[in-house]
Design a protein around this ligand. Structure first.
Ligand SMILES: [Zn+2]
Ligand SMILES: [Zn+2]
Length: 750
């Protein structure tokens, strides 16, 4: 007889791991015990014949529960101590082992059956869950994952729930979120709930074109019908002019009525993670055009919580489901704040009495061919780690500013937080700090001494990193490239194309169309888009015609030309802009791809005012899809041994073409030529440096046409395109990239 002591690290708490262990140990007639460790791992002691123990270990590796992920397994053999049974022990409070509890997942099929079965005690109960499904990340306060450490601690289990909870052969054995209509959290409708069925009543109010705030499992949505009237009303009340709303569709069949779904998209939209998938509208699209005005796409998700499923039993059509927050603040999650914060926005409130410990916005994914691109990696994915081999002590990265996330590294795993947002606002910044604490709590990692931030001296995250002490600073586009290297487990030099709106450059200018030679620890700019002037700084981001003026300046007849475009203060504003450019006052320099596309968008009158991030470029993409690129030559220039694409020359040529050619052809030309220019510079650099791989990242890389064009050009020259698919291409991936770079620098330093 032998004794084996095992420690399993990874996602092994809150996923039915201990009952799974209990079942295989019992079947193999092994004695011993299993318990959760305070550091998120699981400890197992087995006694019995060595042969049976080996079988156990095989089964452990192969048949582990669907939500679990084994990262590491250690085994020690010793003399047996004559244990007489197998049991599940109380959790240990000690901080041994590492790991994390899983993300929230959509209601599983079995729970859905229970909820729909009139005979079941879970019939019509919104918060039904089991070890395979339900909230985790958003209800846990501390490790180890037990009922007492979650927001379910306020609900005392009834006898029936207790019985299931204690039965190792039950699907809800040790399911910490077990709850039923007798003992669990309750939903209610405000104001003036009239019946016993608040969910049905909420559906009726939606039917009457009300806007209803719905508090779900890990966040709050604003919901309304997908017709013009309620959607316009919601835009008006939220002050959200054009930014697209996501919708929730009752079924996949319903989705097919208005959007294309390829195999990959279908697989993702249907997965247990149930993210929003950005789909292409069909010509037969008949929902309100105000949902995603001026775009060819629409973000769609399927019901994921019991509450959603019950709601759609009473309303058989898609609904708007958008995060419940006014622009610039985090989503509301506390009942009081939901009611006060949305007082002027929602007509009714469907609430419940379970606390959301940490909010988690919906994830957003776009599919390009077989590739998945995260626009936002949050619910269903965070805080699952990305495996990362760095030989370093723990590291904390604070990310950048827009679309921010934070990341935490320890023992070959990088945990990336849920979506936090634009942390320039005070409330969102507080949310960032809370998210750091939450991530430390649920991974059991101590506050790291190694802190990483962006190069931008004015970011709040930079200043906070300085408070925390001696930060490592990483340039924005280098972080994008490092995120690719980390994700692909590569440790080598690559050529990088960083395309986005804004990132603080190592020369103090605003970068965003960069070609780099990067490895994990270092990066060098070797060219990109030429610098252009941004009259009025941020105003040029908001009003694309300013960007057009900045690029064309100086030019004969510019003043007359600009009068064709919309400037809020008309001629006077144009005079001011030209004066600013003459005197170089309040004029900034940028090599941003986003700003270039904005200028083209203004030139073609596709978008003259930006109301959300990426709007002009997204609308330009829609127009370009219908066009054929025209043939024009590109001009390059060299400076300090760097090669630049002359974007002024390019925009002048586009302007000339606009007098005789079709709008969509010019839009297609602009996109193609910017791709061609950056590819050319990258290809030349790859040859000179004998590099075969080219990484492409940054928010503009979410544009499929641009990436396809680059991939084609690289392919023709025998180069391989690398692009993120585990983490966002946009700034949600910055924190992870910062960790990768910091890791490399710390290793070199030691
Ligand atoms: Zn379930
Ligand atoms: Zn109960």
């Amino acid at each position: 007889m032998t004794r084996a002591e095992l420690v399993v690290d990874g996602i092994v708490q809150g996923v039915g791991f201990r009952p799974f262990i209990y079942r295989i140990a019992s079947r193999l007639e092994l004695n011993g015990w299993v318990r959760n460790l305070g550091g998120a791992g699981v400890q197992i002691v087995l006694e019995g014949p060595k042969k049976e123990i080996d079988v156990f270990i095989e089964k452990l590796k192969q048949d582990n529960p669907p939500l679990s992920e084994i990262e590491e397994l250690s085994i020690d053999f010793s003399e047996e101590k004559n244990l007489e049974s197998f049991e599940i022990k109380q959790s240990s409070r000690s901080k041994e082992g590492t790991g994390v509890i899983p993300p929230d997942t959509a209601m599983c099929e079995k729970c859905l059956d229970d909820m729909r079965n009139k005979e079941s005690r879970f019939y019509n109960y919104w918060a039904t869950s089991c070890v395979d499904c339900g909230p985790r990340f958003t209800v846990i306060k501390n490790l180890p994952y037990d009922r007492e450490t979650t927001s379910m601690n306020e609900f005392e289990m009834c006898e029936e729930c207790k019985e299931e909870y204690k039965d190792p052969l039950d699907r809800r054995y040790h399911a910490q979120t077990i709850a039923c209509p007798k003992c669990g959290p309750r939903v209610y409708l405000e104001p003036n709930q009239k019946t016993q069925d608040p969910i049905k009543e909420a559906a009726e109010r939606l039917e009457q074109n009300q806007i209803v705030a719905i508090k779900g499992t890990g966040g709050t949505h604003l919901a309304c019908k997908t017709e013009s009237k309620p959607v316009e009303e919601l835009r008006e009340r939220l002050g959200r002019e054009n930014q697209p709303f996501a919708i929730m569709s009752p079924s996949i069949e319903e989705v097919r009525a208005f959007a294309y779904l390829n195999k990959k998209e279908e697989e993702i939209i249907n997965s247990i993670k149930k993210p929003i998938v950005v789909l292409t509208k069909k010509p037969s699209y008949s929902l309100a055009k105000e949902i995603s005005p001026g775009l060819h796409t629409i973000g769609v998700m399927l019901p994921y919580s019991g509450l959603h499923h019950l709601l759609f039993e009473h309303i058989d059509e898609p609904l708007i489901m958008t995060s419940a927050n006014p622009p610039g603040t985090p989503m509301f999650i506390e009942n009081q704040k939901i009611k006060s914060g949305l007082r002027d926005i929602a007509d009714s409130f469907l609430l419940h009495n379970r606390q959301i410990v940490s909010r988690c916005d919906d994830s957003v994914i776009r599919v390009q061919g077989e590739k998945t691109k995260f626009l936002r990696r949050s619910r269903g994915y965070a805080p699952s780690p990305v495996s990362l081999k760095i030989d370093s002590e723990p590291i904390l990265a604070l990310g950048g500013e827009l679309d921010n996330t934070i990341a935490l590294y320890s023992q070959n795993n990088c945990y990336i937080s849920q979506y936090i947002g634009d942390v320039n606002g005070p409330e969102t910044f507080r949310y960032l700090k809370k998210s750091i604490d939450h991530l430390l709590n649920i991974t059991g990692i101590k506050q790291p001494e190694n802190i990483v931030c962006d190069l931008h001296p004015q970011f709040k995250t930079t200043k906070y990193a300085e408070e925390l002490g001696g930060p490592i600073r990483v340039q924005h586009h280098h972080a994008h490239m490092a995120s690719i290297l980390g994700e692909k487990n590569l440790d080598q030099k690559i050529i990088g194309i960083g395309m986005d709106g804004v990132g603080y450059g190592s020369d103090g200018k605003i970068w965003g169309g960069e070609v780099l030679v990067s490895d994990r620890g270092s990066s060098k700019k070797i060219g990109g888009l030429s610098y252009q002037e941004m009259p009025g700084g941020d105003l040029a981001t908001k009003y694309p015609p300013r960007m057009l003026a900045g690029i064309l300046y100086p030019m004969d007849g510019l003043k007359d030309l600009l009068e064709n475009y919309r400037f809020p203060y008309g001629k006077q504003e144009i005079d001011n802009i030209l004066k600013q450019l003459d005197e170089s006052i309040n004029v900034f320099q940028t090599s941003s791809t986003g700003r270039f596309l904005d200028a083209v968008s203004a030139l073609l009158d596709v978008c003259q005012k930006r109301t959300y991030e990426g709007e002009p470029a997204m609308k330009l993409e829609k127009v370009a899809r219908k066009g054929e690129p025209l043939d024009i030559d590109l001009k390059y220039h060299k400076k300090d041994e760097k090669k630049f694409l002359d974007t002024r020359d390019l925009i002048i040529k586009l302007l000339e073409l606009s007098e005789k050619e079709k709008e969509q052809d010019i839009a297609a030309t602009a996109q193609q030529k910017i791709s061609e220019g950056l590819s050319e510079i990258a290809i030349e650099a790859a040859e000179q440096n004998q590099i075969k791989k080219v990484g492409v990242s940054g928010g503009v890389a979410n544009n499929s046409m641009i990436v396809e064009e680059i991939e084609k050009k690289l392919g023709e020259n025998g180069l391989e395109l690398l692009i993120n698919n585990k983490l966002p291409l946009g700034d949600g991936g910055i924190s992870f990239g910062q960790i990768v770079t910091a890791g490399a620098r710390l290793v070199n330093f030691n």
